[in-house]
Each structure stands twice: as structure tokens, then as C-alpha cells.
Design a protein around this ligand. Structure first.
Ligand code: B4P
Length: 191
């Protein structure tokens, strides 16, 4: 199995590029953000719990997200060609949980794509998306909070994956096709 992780700040292009990766490489796209938004739309108990965290720009608690992901992957691990994990893991406990989940099926993380985009561009993109997305977290206050959370809780994962030897920096600034070309080259190198 090929397991690609896409890692980057909010607005770095994770969702945008993951959709193309899934299609081109035949991988299952797993976006914890999309799964959580579906839970909110369906007003499940998890959705009701998650909606306030998301609106405030905070992370949903690790144990809830990990349980949600385990449930989502049930029956698929080891049976599909691979996954593109988009927005997961976002903390070190989530990364440890993913490692354990994959190891139970004799799998591991193949590559971690680290999308780098300057903060002013992240804010510009998310405010632009906010005009049409209707997302509760695409407003300036929530965006600022998401960036603080990213820097304190998610950024330490860079060092974690660097030590594992899977971290691959990608320039996330510029034309979406050019960014996808760099990503494709990186994935091809581990196939
Ligand atoms: P996500 O849905 O993962 O949202 P995101 O970080 O904003 O990234 P997204 O993928 O949507 O945006 P993209 O960069 O593609 O998470 C939302 C919330 O859910 C989190 O804040 C958290 O509360 C919760 N959550 C999710 N996963 C969790 C977890 N594991 N643990 C705990 N909580 C979790 O795109 C942004 C915009 O930029 C788009 O409009 C796009 O068109 C544009 N864009 C992309 N590439 C561009 C380019 N090259 N040039 C110009 N614009 C570009």
C-alpha cells in the first residue's frame, strides 16, 4: 500500500492537491476536515461536539478524531491501493495513532508532502474562499486562531517526520499545475 500524507498550514492547498493526487494515483482521499463537516451537517453526536471547536479555529480532541478515523478506515486498510491522508495527523498523538493503525496491517507512511506557503498568502486564500464557502471557520478571527494552533500543535510534526526520513518539502506558492507537478515527481520517487 502507498500511504501519502499531505501536511501544511490551513489554506496551503492540502484539499486542492489531495483531490488531484487521489485521481492521478488511484488512492482513497481521506480528509478529516471533510468527514467532520459531514458529521456536522448530519448533526451526529460527533458533529455536535466538533462544530464549536471548528468555528473557533481549534482542533477537535485527538481521541474523537482518532476514533472517527479508525471507524472510517475499517475494512479498507490493506485492501485498497493506498490512501492520501489530508489534514491528518495534526498532532503528535494523532501521528502515533496512525502509525499503529497502519502497522497492524503491515503498512507504513510512504511519504509526507510538506506544502510551504507564506502566512500572508494563506490568509488571502482563506478570506477569498470564505466569500463563497459558507464555512464557519473561513473568517479572519477563526483563521488567525487556526494559524496559532497550527504553529503550536501541528508544526512539531515536521521534526517528527524529518526524523522518520519521510518529510518532502514542496513549494506551495504559485500555479496549482506546477505545484501538482512537483508533488507527482515526489510520489513517483517512492512508488
Ligand atoms: P481542513 O478541512 O483540513 O481545512 P484547511 O486546513 O483549511 O485546509 P483545506 O484543505 O480546506 O484548504 P486548502 O488548503 O486546500 O480542517 C478544517 C478544521 O477541521 C480544522 O481547523 C479543525 O478544526 C478540524 N480538523 C480537521 N482535521 C482535524 C484533525 N486531524 N484533528 C483535529 N481537528 C481537525 O485551500 C484553501 C484555499 O486556497 C482554497 O480556496 C483553494 O482554492 C485555494 N488554493 C489552493 N491552492 C492554491 C494556489 N496554488 N494558489 C491560489 N489559491 C490556492
Amino acid at each position: 500500500m502507498i500511504n501519502v500524507l499531505i501536511f501544511g498550514a490551513p489554506g496551503s492547498g492540502k484539499g486542492t492537491q489531495s483531490a488531484r493526487i487521489a485521481q492521478t494515483f488511484g488512492l482513497e482521499h481521506v480528509s478529516t476536515g471533510d468527514i467532520l463537516r459531514k458529521e456536522i451537517a448530519d448533526q451526529t453526536s460527533l458533529g455536535i461536539l466538533a462544530q464549536d471547536y471548528i468555528k473557533e479555529g481549534h482542533l477537535v480532541p485527538d481521541e474523537d478524531v482518532v476514533a472517527m478515523l479508525e471507524h472510517h478506515l475499517e475494512g479498507k486498510l490493506g485492501k485498497v491501493k493506498g490512501f492520501i491522508f489530508d489534514g491528518f495527523p495534526r498532532t503528535i498523538p494523532q501521528a502515533d495513532a496512525l502509525k499503529r493503525m497502519l502497522a497492524r496491517h503491515d503498512c507504513e507512511v510512504s511519504i509526507v508532502l510538506d506544502l510551504n506557503v507564506p502566512e500572508d498568502e494563506l490568509i488571502r486564500r482563506l478570506l477569498e474562499r470564505g466569500k463563497i464557502s459558507g464555512r464557519s471557520d473561513d473568517n479572519l478571527e477563526a483563521i488567525k486562531s487556526r494559524l496559532v494552533v497550527y504553529n503550536s500543535q501541528t508544526l512539531p510534526l515536521k521534526e517528527y517526520f524529518r526524523k522518520e526520513g519521510t518529510l518532502t518539502p514542496i513549494n506551495g506558492l504559485g500555479d496549482m499545475d506546477d505545484i501538482f507537478a512537483s508533488i507527482s515527481e515526489a510520489i513517483d520517487s517512492v512508488l
